[in-house]
Design a protein around this ligand. Structure first.
Ligand code: ATP
Ligand code: ZN
Length: 808
């Protein structure tokens, strides 16, 4: 008998501690998944440590080891542990985020027929039991098979009598998604079948369809056939009725990836400034030590080309690369540029992959078949072998932050930590870096690489249109000036992008005479309007007051509630330019696997004149024929209740301006605003990021916002309104007792007060920047301990979520 060893195991529950089990199996190693008893059931857990220290408590045995080889290597375990500590989630939750579906913690309920019971059972029932025993059905499958009538009654009885028991089992295989295909029936001879028809039947559509089928390479998916008008569900069923074809469920082939051409020799020659940036990165790669850079380059300055050269160098060193992009930027256009140079060495991980595709991509990276991963936030966990370079493009993008569920991590920070652990080089790129990264450069945590110029084209001119002056000169949502420019562009056969900012879920008040949005005196953010109570509320501090009746700036009584209702804008634009061909791009129109690509291609190929869209159109797109870009409502960003509003408006304007004038034709960006003097607008006009950053940082420092503090947000959720409020209050008491100097704000209702049957409240604390992972973990532990000692009765019903570095 081999020696007993102990395994510390992480589970994907919110409980932050590990559990220790024993095993005599010497093959067990960290990074393997195991099947173990947990409370009264079984569960899958991840082994994070194996040791010989017998715990004081009684340990239960590991039932089964699920992996022959670790699915997570040492670095990934280390990285998930860091996430567990820093973002205050369980280690298992971090592991769950890092593993693809299919290597995850999924289990399923299977049916098992009890052995050796006698009598009291009919012949028919015996048969059904044999069927269950033979086909290893899951409970779900059985319920589907015996959905109604007798069968259903039988299943119910079998479970009740315990002829059949339900076993929780680890689910290890990723299912191939199966879809309906058609193939020729085995027994049919097509020529004979057709010859047997009467003359007049030959003209039938279904007969023609069959003739066509006989010449095709079957089996083919039903959906695929429907693309041909000849094939309809009716014609296919009709042929089946004849007994000539039959349907089978077959796995879908992964869609072929259209990544364009692969021409590594066509790598661009870098401009001098690009070359300079690249040289630095190359030196760091050659030194095989950790280094992080902020690549600050105006839109269109050629950051992507620098990434490509750096990746190429990493590959030449025999190392791999990881490229993070915002999901929105993961357009075929971006992917093609990397594919062009690296071909099949790239695995693309976007959110629209099926589980199967995701799993395959993951495997191809882990096996070393593919060397580069490109994907959004979660790709930071891609098992690229021996990572040399990690790129985070558009590092300021908010999609890098995960909000729900835990772990609430920031992929940019995880990327830098991963680079650190793997002695790799991290390159964070942006035309409008976030304040946290700017500050990190000041503190010499990142080194700055600067690309101040575009290699081709010029920076577009930005014109500010003051809404105050155009109040009585509007054509729908467009100022006359913008209207005229759009009209002229259309006449010149050039294209136009119109952007309306959609910030649907918070409503606010705005003065229609001066454009003012009421501000909180306590947090310097805008106030949200709560219709039910007719109040204006600050979600940071909890400050509230009766809704204003007059504008606090100009005294006008013309205060209106604003918020959503953007559909109308589109309709109005349509009416203004009835002869123009319109395309719309927003979350709704881009759902589906190809939505974004289709719209993009249509617009690029000139099938539309005006592209009207939300923030989505501001990113990652390159349209050479666009000469007019209009921002209809730049200020909506400022009305959003966040201290980051100014930064986001500046980013949005810079990004959208970056869409124009990228080719020979110069472009002009028209920004309609009530706040022409706002620093974000003024600096966007002159493309002066540095001036904006100076202003913004000074502001943040004064108000002790990030990057001068770390913001930890606590969210309280419960179906009961009174409970949520009581718990939030008590929790804040606990925080105030424990934290001493660090300012606690709240509690107050969340911006989204009520969602999916849950009332949501919030509180936050601004910690000084010196708090590192361990200090934060300790502080939070202390807060929760204190809270546990004073928590009210029934508080278990309230979920408390912790979000470290929630906003920056
Ligand atoms: N060295 C170069 N030689 C020729 N063309 C280049 C070079 N570098 C970049 N370009 C071209 O300039 C354009 C802008 O470059 P790129 O997209 O890499 O910039 P970017 O900084 O990543 O832009 P954005 O911030 O808008 O995403 C592209 O069409 C690219 O092909
Ligand atoms: Zn006013």
């Amino acid at each position: 008998m081999s020696k007993i060893r102990y395994a510390d195991i992480a589970f994907p529950t919110a409980v932050r501690r590990l559990f220790t089990y024993e095993t005599g199996d010497s093959t067990i190693r960290p990074g393997m998944r195991v099947w173990v008893p947990l409370r009264s059931e079984f569960a899958i857990g991840m082994v994070v440590q194996v040791h010989d220290r017998k715990p004081e408590f009684e340990t239960r045995p590991v039932e089964r080891i699920l992996d022959e080889e670790p699915v997570m290597d040492h670095t990934m375990l280390q990285l998930t542990e860091w996430i567990h500590r820093f973002y205050y989630c369980s280690w298992g939750e971090a592991v769950q985020a890092a593993l693809p579906v299919g290597l995850n913690f999924a289990s399923e309920k299977r049916l098992q027929v009890r052995k050796g019971f006698k009598g009291g059972i009919s012949e028919e029932e015996r048969e059904l039991l044999d069927e269950i025993a033979e086909s290893h059905l899951t409970l779900k499958e059985a319920e589907k098979r015996w959905r109604e009538g007798k069968g259903k009654a039988f299943l119910k009885k079998a479970l009740k009598q315990e002829w059949v028991t339900v076993w929780e089992q680890p689910k290890q295989k990723v299912d191939y998604k199966k879809v309906k295909h058609w193939q020729l029936a085995e027994s049919v001879n097509p020529d004979k079948a057709l010859a047997g028809l009467e003359e007049k039947e030959r003209d039938n559509k279904w007969v023609q369809a069959f003739e066509k089928l006989t010449g095709m390479n079957l089996p083919l998916p039903h959906r695929h056939l429907l693309e041909d008008k000849l094939f309809t569900t009716y014609t296919l069923n009709r042929i089946e009725k004849e007994g000539w074809i039959e349907s089978v469920d077959l796995p879908v082939e992964s869609e072929p990836v259209h990544n364009g051409i692969h021409r590594p020799d066509e790598i661009k020659i870098l401009s001098d400034q690009q070359q300079e940036a690249f040289e630095k990165i190359r030196e760091s790669l050659d030194s095989h030590a950790f280094k992080s850079y902020l690549l600050f380059g105006v839109t269109g300055s050629g950051k992507t080309e620098v990434y490509i050269h750096a990746l190429k160098h990493a590959l030449e060193q025999g190392r791999g690369g990881l490229v993070l992009v915002p999901e929105i930027a993961l357009t075929p256009q971006t992917v093609q540029r990397f594919y062009h140079i690296f071909g099949d060495q790239i695995a693309v991980l976007h959110s629209r992959l099926s589980d199967r595709e995701r799993f395959e991509a993951w495997q191809s990276l882990k096996s070393g078949e593919k060397r580069i991963a490109i994907g959004p936030r979660s790709a930071v966990f891609a098992p690229v072998r021996d990572v040399g370079l990690i790129v985070v493009d558009e590092e300021h993008d908010t999609s890098y932050k995960q909000y729900d569920p835990a772990p609430r991590y920031h992929a940019r920070d995880v990327a830098v930590m991963r680079a650190h652990m793997e002695n790799a080089v991290a390159v964070l790129g942006s035309a409008t870096p976030g304040m946290v990264s700017v500050q990190a450069v000041k503190e010499e945590k990142h080194e700055l690489l600067h690309l101040p110029l575009r290699p081709t084209g010029t920076m577009p001119e930005v014109q500010i249109l003051n809404m105050l002056e155009y109040k009585s000169a509007m054509r729908g949502p467009l100022t006359v000036e913008l209207y005229n420019e759009v009209e002229k562009a259309l006449k010149r056969k050039e294209q136009v992008i119109l952007l309306y900012n959609r910030r649907g879920f918070a409503s606010f008040m705005q003065c229609e005479d001066c454009g003012h949005v009421p501000q909180s005196p306590e947090s310097s953010t805008s106030l949200t309007y709560h219709k039910k109570k007719n109040i204006l509320l600050d979600h940071y501090s909890g400050y509230s007051r009766r809704a204003d009746t007059r504008c606090e700036m100009c005294g006008s009584a013309n205060l209106k509630t604003k918020g959503s209702g953007t559909q109308q804008v589109e309709e109005e634009v349509e009416k203004l330019f009835p002869q123009a061909r319109l395309l719309r791009m927003d979350r709704d129109s881009t759902s589906g696997k190809r939505g974004h690509q289709t719209i993009y291609e249509q617009f690029l190929s000139g099938q539309a004149d005006i592209l009207i869209g939300t923030q989505i159109v501001a990113k990652g797109l390159d349209f050479p024929n666009v000469t007019v870009v209009g921002v209809l409502n730049a200020d909506t960003e400022l009305a959003f209740p966040s201290f980051r509003a100014g930064e986001r408006m500046f980013q949005l304007l810079s990004q959208v301006a970056g869409r124009a004038g990228r080719a020979e034709k110069p472009g002009v960006v028209y920004v309609q605003t009530w706040k022409p003097d706002h620093p974000a607008i003024q600096c966007a006009k002159t493309h002066d990021f540095k001036a904006f950053a100076r202003h913004e940082l000074a502001n943040r420092e004064m108000l002790h916002y990030p990057p001068y503090s770390r913001m930890v947000v606590f969210q309280f959720k419960c179906p009961s309104w009174s409970k949520v409020q009581v718990v939030a209050d008590k929790f804040c008491d606990a925080m105030r007792t424990v934290t001493g100097d660090e300012p606690v704000m709240g509690p107050s209702p969340s911006v989204i007060e009520w969602m999916s049957g849950q009332h949501q409240w919030e509180a936050n604390i601004k910690l000084s920047r010196n708090f590192n992972g361990h200090a934060i973990e300790k502080l939070l532990n202390d807060i929760f301990k204190k809270y546990d000692s004073i928590k009210p009765k029934g508080s278990g019903a309230v979920r408390i979520n912790v979000d470290v570095d929630a906003v920056e």
